[in-house]
Design a protein around this ligand. Structure first.
Ligand SMILES: Nc1ncnc2c1ncn2[C@@H]1O[C@H](COP(=O)(O)OP(=O)(O)OP(=O)(O)O)[C@@H](O)[C@H]1O
Length: 209
């Protein structure tokens, strides 16, 4: 069974066509980097997969099923590990410990937080973290979701705010994940570690490797 299947997916922001007719299949354990110019629709597409962008046509199937009801979408959000874009990530009124515990395996997420160097920030509100600390906390939560059984990780520029050592560490952590990964990135190291690379331009996706 394909882990993620997109059939003729298009997304609009009001009058703007942000994603145009994207087809994609991601098998279990496959890693896909989505690169491309700013504003080409990458984040919109990731958000649409989770139901966070709703002006969508076409079919989005995760683990072989489309989401139709609110309960389906809620289940999908719980079953898919997710690292949001940095600007969005700090807006939730949560402490780091609450973020980690929201990923279904809080103990695994806390272990990952220790390994990623943010295990001592548990009582800090997300809004007070630096960009790099925030990305590490979200990665730790995502690793908790994977430990709890998520078979797909969607990540939106997960190394954008990291120092050089952090970029390498996170690229290594992502590369070692045994689950399917779709990562939007401008980071060559992260893209190089993925088995497949797709480029987006003006809402269209073209696989380049
Ligand atoms: N909330 C919004 N309202 C209106 N237009 C939007 C909104 N969010 C994004 N857009 C537009 O949709 C298009 C796609 O944006 P998107 O954020 O998906 O691009 P991206 O490829 O992720 O860009 P970047 O590499 O800069 O993060 C852009 O033209 C953007 O201006």
């Amino acid at each position: 069974m394909t882990t993620l299947k997109l059939s003729s997916v298009s997304c609009r922001h009001g009058g703007l066509s942000a994603v145009n007719d994207v087809d994609l299949e991601l098998s279990p354990g496959e890693h896909l980097a989505v690169t491309g110019t700013n504003g080409s629709g990458k984040s919109t597409l990731l958000r649409a997969i989770l139901g966070l962008h709703r002006d969508v046509t076409g079919l989005i199937e995760v683990y072989g099923a489309a989401a139709r009801t609110r309960a389906d979408w809620r289940r999908r959000c719980a079953d898919v590990a997710w690292i949001p874009q940095r600007q969005a990530a700090g807006q939730f009124p949560l402490l780091v410990r609450e973020l980690l515990d929201s990923g279904r395996d809080g103990r695994a997420a806390r272990r990952a937080a220790d390994e990623l160097g943010v295990g001592d920030l548990l009582d800090r509100p997300l809004s007070t973290l630096s960009g790099g600390q925030l990305q590490r906390a979200y990665l730790a939560r995502a690793l908790g979701q994977v430990a709890a059984g998520a078979r797909l990780l969607l990540a939106d520029e997960p190394t954008a705010a990291l120092d050089f050592a952090g970029q390498e560490q996170v690229a290594e952590v992502l590369a070692a994940l045994p689950v399917a990964v779709m990562v939007v990135t401008h980071d060559r190291v992260v893209a190089a570690a993925c088995g497949r690379v797709a480029e987006m331009a003006a809402g269209r996706m073209r696989e380049v490797r």
